[in-house]
Design a protein around this ligand. Structure first.
Ligand SMILES: Nc1nc2c(c(=O)[nH]1)N[C@H]1C(S)=C(S)[C@@H](COP(=O)(O)OP(=O)(O)OC[C@H]3O[C@@H](n4cnc5c(=O)[nH]c(N)nc54)[C@H](O)[C@@H]3O)O[C@H]1N2
Ligand SMILES: Nc1nc2c(c(=O)[nH]1)N[C@H]1C(S)=C(S)[C@@H](COP(=O)(O)OP(=O)(O)OC[C@H]3O[C@@H](n4cnc5c(=O)[nH]c(N)nc54)[C@H](O)[C@@H]3O)O[C@H]1N2
Ligand code: SF4
Ligand SMILES: [Mo]
Length: 701
């Protein structure tokens, strides 16, 4: 029996693990109490991390599809097939004929950060997509517009705040997002023990709402009215002041004037007096932070909402101060050092609908039409990397059909699932336990400054490839089949960069940083090195805007306020559909773990009992849920945790599709919420409005 220190890369909490190995097999997983960030915390998914490695359905070697049958092939043949497939399409139809979709696990893999991005760039296609535009695109756009960098995102200082205002986030289930806060339950307990408050606005009385000091139901999609009214109250009550290093306060004052609490009440259902009271208490607190996540990012006014949340922090004096919204000082600062670009917006647009790119990516809501609409620049080949857009993007059912019509598709993935079953070739990388890890992204978003390097826990199988090795081969072999572009020097540089391992790059980056942390030190302390709490007073020096000022009033957002007038109350009998996450779910891809799917299924439609009664529907019956784009039949569960007029389905289900090779997941298939969500419903950033989709619910059949 042997103990090893590992790390969980399944969500943003990046918990440290202690694994027990017997005969090379993982027989136990627990949280590592010595980890300075996660302090021993672990959740049910972390316990199941080795299930992925042991899963008999997981691909261990490349596979080629011939019709409905899959054949294992060698790596050399697989790489050649992928390079041929991509190069053939690009030679005939140009670089934009290749579409690329990057899924969520890329953000959790060191190799994807060091090598995957370089591979993607080498293809020079404008048809790049990722899970960003069904997730945090509004955050990135607002950070880009206000602070000058798409990932210069302030983090709630939850360990010291006395007022945590939460819109559309459920960290008790999700473990936090754009806020790496492992052990959230205990951090919250500490917050309350020191007299602090957590106030939650959510259309569902969630796990987080239940442990909050206060919870307010808010009608889906109406948060912008509430948040703008809060800024209005701050300004109106003389509670707002703008830092010297900011511009645009007058424009903000003018913009929020019409957004009174009374108007917000009509749209949101939150009483005007409550909006006033909460705002005053928030402003009076000694260290307060306003935070909004997926629920307010993935709706039609995600950017306006993120802007208003940022204004609440800035104008109340809580940005860059202890207990407020603070910036990290990571040992490897991918943002501050410019390793990740500042971003840009609307430099080009999508071909069919003319939607703007952000930081080089188009909104994934246009992917289907870019594949199906003939003409110059049509996508004819796809490469998906660690993504499952059939289940995770709006109108997934139609995307499913579109993928089947491609000339060529390749996937870098570990399963044959709803998306990858359309691939001609799948290249499976090693799993998390077999590779070295340093979290380049999430240390940048963590509630405490720490650094941690985790060597691979399990040896890589002889015939396996790491993701970075796969990216390198795809990039180099495809380039070799295409006319040379770029200077020889640039090509050689790319080749050299792709050849060095991620671990070597981490060492180089540490040396470039100013933290003094060395690779030697990290190897001696695999539990992680503590660099202390977040530091105040980073601004204005750390700002990325050219004039070192915060732009309080970006034109793009001000212009979007007019669109708020279009918000209409739901039509007769219509309900608003929202999503949810459960502790044991990991987006769309861990339902093959027996351990995580035992017991009562959790993919029911949640609905208020009175909404059921009004329609003559019985709790536990099968109902038909219909939106503009589709219908699903699903079991309904009555609960007064739902706001009246709102229904909820978790995302990431819908595994009952032909050709999906997930033995366990197909036994607990559920339905996909994204067979109901609508690619026409968008935020101004292009992010999909997955929340607040109008639906009707009726007896099935
Ligand atoms: N309606 C609705 N839709 C949503 C959301 C919602 O709240 N509501 N949430 C959105 C959000 S926040 C996100 S992030 C997206 C996620 O959307 P996606 O990123 O598209 O989907 P995932 O479910 O994360 O799928 C991950 C894929 O990576 C594969 N995989 C897992 N581990 C590895 C690995 O180590 N290497 C490789 N190469 N592949 C791996 C899995 O098999 C799976 O195919 O979904 C979004 N969609
Ligand atoms: N267990 C688990 N953890 C996860 C994941 C997972 O799939 N499972 N996924 C990871 C990923 S990729 C991400 S991005 C994070 C997301 O982290 P969170 O944002 O914390 O996750 P959600 O549970 O989707 O929380 C969204 C909340 O918004 C509410 N909501 C929906 N619509 C509205 C609205 O219009 N207004 C308001 N105010 N609220 C609304 C929902 O009821 C829900 O409670 O979680 C990560 N962690
Ligand atoms: S909270 Fe759970 S899934 Fe997230 S990193 Fe920790 S153990 Fe992994
Ligand atoms: Mo996400």
């Amino acid at each position: 029996m042997e103990k090893r220190i590992g790390v969980c890369n399944l969500c943003e909490a990046i918990c440290g693990l202690e694994l027990t190995l017997e005969d090379g097999r993982v027989t136990g997983v627990r949280g590592n109490p010595a980890d300075p960030l996660s302090r021993g915390h672990i959740c049910p998914k972390g316990v199941a991390i080795a299930d992925i490695h042991a899963d008999p359905d997981r691909l261990r070697r490349p596979v080629r599809r011939d019709g409905d049958t899959w054949t294992e092939i060698g790596w050399d043949e697989a790489f050649d097939l992928v390079a041929d497939g991509i190069a053939t399409v690009v030679r005939q139809h140009g670089a934009n004929a290749l579409g690329i979709y990057l899924g969520n696990p890329n953000a959790h893999s060191l190799g994807s950060m060091t090598h995957g991005i370089a591979m993607v760039k080498s293809f020079r296609t404008r048809n790049r997509f990722s899970a960003t535009s069904v997730d945090q695109l509004p955050h990135q756009l607002i950070a880009h517009l206000m602070f000058g960098h798409q990932l210069f995102l302030p983090v709630p200082d939850i360990d010291r705040t006395s007022y945590f205002l939460v819109f559309g986030g459920n960290p008790m289930a999700s473990n936090g997002s754009l806020m790496t806060a492992p052990d959230f339950p205990n951090r919250l307990r500490d917050l309350k023990a020191r007299g602090g408050r957590m106030v939650v606005f959510d259309p569902r009385r969630t796990e987080t709402a239940k442990v909050a000091t206060e919870h307010h139901f808010v009608r889906p999609g109406s948060d912008a009215f509430v948040l703008l009214a809060m800024v209005h109250v701050l300004i109106d009550g003389g509670l707002a002041s703008a830092p010297a290093y900011s511009r645009g306060l007058a424009a903000v004052e003018e913009a929020v004037r019409p957004f009174t609490p009374e108007r917000a009440e009509r749209h949101s259902g939150v009483p005007a007096e409550e909006i006033r009271r909460v705002t005053r208490e928030y402003a009076a607190a000694d260290g307060a932070v306003a935070y909004g996540r997926v629920g307010v990012s993935t709706h039609r006014f995600g950017s306006v909402s993120q802007w208003a949340l940022t204004l609440l922090n800035v104008l109340s004096g809580n940005l860059d101060r202890v207990g407020g919204a603070m910036f990290t000082s990571p040992a490897i600062d991918v943002v501050g050092t410019g390793l990740i670009g500042r971003g840009h917006h609307d430099v080009w647009r999508s071909r069919v609908r003319g939607l703007p790119e952000t930081a080089g990516e188009l909104p994934v809501a246009v992917l289907r039409e870019e594949i199906e609409t003939p003409g110059d620049g049509q996508i004819r080949a796809m490469l998906t990397v660690a993504g499952n857009p059939v289940l995770s993007t709006p109108d997934g059912a139609r995307l499913d059909t579109a993928l089947a019509g491609l000339d060529f598709m390749a996937a870098v993935d570990i399963y044959v699932n709803e998306t990858t079953r359309h691939a001609d070739v799948i290249l499976p990388p090693t799993t998390a336990l077999e590779r070295d890890h340093y979290d380049l992204v999430l240390h940048t978003l963590a509630v405490r400054n720490t650094a941690r390097f985790t060597p691979a826990v399990l040896p890589k199988a002889e015939d396996a490839r790491h993701d970075w090795q796969i990216y390198r081969e795809i990039a180099l072999r495809t380039a070799a089949r295409l006319p040379k572009h770029g200077s020889l020097r640039r090509r050689l540089f790319r080749r050299a960069r792709l050849t060095v391992s991620p671990t070597v790059i981490v060492g180089l980056l540490l040396r470039r940083g100013r933290s003094g942390v060395t690779m030697k030190q990290l190897r001696e302390h695999p539990e992680g090195v503590d660099l202390g709490p977040l530091q105040a007073g980073r601004l204005p020096a750390a700002l990325h805007t050219k004039d070192k000022q915060i732009d309080l009033a970006p034109g793009l957002v001000l212009d979007d306020l007019a669109r708020l007038d279009e918000v209409a109350a739901p039509e007769n009998g219509e309900l608003l559909l929202i999503g949810r996450r459960h502790k044991q779910d990991c987006n769309s891809w861990m339902h093959n773990s027996e351990r995580l799917t035992r017991g009562r299924p959790r993919h029911q439609l949640l609905m208020h009992p009175e909404d059921l009664a009004e329609r003559g529907l019985a709790d536990g019956s099968t109902v038909a849920v219909t939106s503009r784009v589709g219908t699903v039949a699903v079991e309904v569960a009555a609960t007064d945790d739902m706001m009246r007029g709102v229904v909820s389905l978790p995302h990431g289900y819908g595994h009952a599709r032909p050709g999906v090779l997930l033995g366990r997941a197909t036994d607990v298939p559920g339905v996909s919420i994204n067979d109901l969500t609508d690619p026409e419903l968008l935020d101004v950033s292009g992010n999909a409005a997955l929340s607040g989709v109008p639906v009707t619910v009726a007896a099935a059949g």
